[in-house]
Ligand binder design. Structure first.
Ligand SMILES: [Zn+2]
Ligand SMILES: [Zn+2]
Length: 350
């Protein structure tokens, strides 16, 4: 098998020739057909996370050893399976649920693998879809894309289920009440599409890139705000008033603060992105306003099935995809870093 791997932080990915894995027990080997390129791949490549207060978390603190093939939005065909892998056949096209845990704790046993204390994420702790083959420990981490284009279905494994899981935290909402979405990249557009699928009518999308906002508008955002040259919270409240819910797809010192300042009484803020930093909270204000702040850690295997069901029901408009050959993995990462991707970049293998 081949794999584009991170060998050291910020250095160009290198192509490796690795031994093609042979499954044992309940393992399944998927030959990668498509792999979405996500902002978390960029953070991973950078090798550190801004934890706020001047603190930085390094990859080694996440249990990551290099070289590692990133990529956690994977769809491909099953090419081999161990003797205990039931419910899936060779040749099946499947989307891979990447947010694996230990497979044997309270969380993993109850379908909350994303909350496992010893995460073993594909494309993080295990090699991911920047490789031509991926080992999945059990068929329960595979989902059938049905009639959805597998290149698109692949992106539901991170951006799709992450947004679905985030929206579940703020729903139900009055369908006419404004919901604030900060960031109109892959996650932000997914949020617009999913809100429309859920029958929501008042969607406020904020970004600093007018091109991304134009796409958000086209996808169904009812209000778009370019916050590049103004005070984000003031611009939002001037346009739509206070909001009952906000999703911060950027999540840095500035955006999280602004999102909080937009919340109405009883408002809910979901932190989704991992730009990082810190947020000072007035504890008395939390009480007087009755606010809730959530951190969203991806989503569950069931969330992936639910998103695919929404998509197969024809309710979810497709995210625009920018397809490129897997051998352009480095370029795809740079394009994403420099903000040149509208929607989702997807690597194609084969
Ligand atoms: Zn991701
Ligand atoms: Zn576990």
């Amino acid at each position: 098998m081949k794999a584009w791997m991170i060998t050291q932080a910020k250095a160009p990915l290198e192509k490796f020739e690795l031994e093609t894995p042979q499954p044992t027990g309940s393992e399944v080997v998927v030959e990668t057909a498509y792999c979405g390129v996500c902002h978390s791949d960029l953070h991973f490549w950078k090798g550190e996370y801004n934890m706020g207060g001047g603190k930085v978390m390094k990859l080694a603190d996440r249990g990551v050893e290099l070289p590692r093939a990133p990529g956690h939005e994977i769809a491909g065909r099953v090419v081999a399976k161990g003797p205990d892998a039931v419910g899936v056949e060779i040749g099946d096209m499947r989307v891979v649920y990447p947010w694996l845990g230990c497979g044997d704790c309270y969380y993993c046993d109850n379908g909350l693998d994303n909350w496992c204390r010893t995460p073993k994420g594909i494309g993080v702790v295990r090699n991911g879809g920047f490789g031509s083959h991926v080992v999945v420990p059990h068929p329960r981490y595979l989902a059938d894309p049905g009639k959805v284009d597998p290149a698109l279905a692949a992106t539901y494994a991170c951006s799709g289920l992450t947004i679905y899981s985030s929206l579940k935290k703020v729903m139900p909402l009055d369908p006419d009440a404004p919901i604030l979405l900060i960031g109109a990249g892959g996650l932000g557009l997914m949020a617009v599409e999913m809100l429309k699928a859920m029958g929501h009518h008042n969607i406020v999308s904020v970004d600093i890139d007018p091109a991304k906002l134009a796409v958000a508008k086209e996808k169904g955002a009812t209000t778009v705000i370019d916050s590049s040259s103004g005070n984000l919270a003031e611009m939002v409240t001037m346009a739509v008033g206070k909001v009952p819910a906000a999703l911060d797809m950027v999540n840095n010192d500035h955006t999280a603060r602004a999102a909080l300042d937009c919340l109405d009484k009883g408002g809910k803020l979901v932190l989704v992105g991992v730009a990082g930093g810190e947020l000072a909270i007035s504890l008395a204000t939390m009480i007087f306003m009755g606010w809730t702040i959530y951190g969203n850690l991806t989503g569950t295997p069931q969330d992936l099935h639910d998103v695919l069901e929404l998509a197969n029901a024809g309710k979810l408009a497709p995210t625009p995809l920018q397809r490129c050959p897997a051998d352009q993995a480095n370029q795809a990462m740079i394009d994403l870093k420099e903000g040149r991707v509208t929607g989702r970049a997807v690597l194609e293998w084969g």
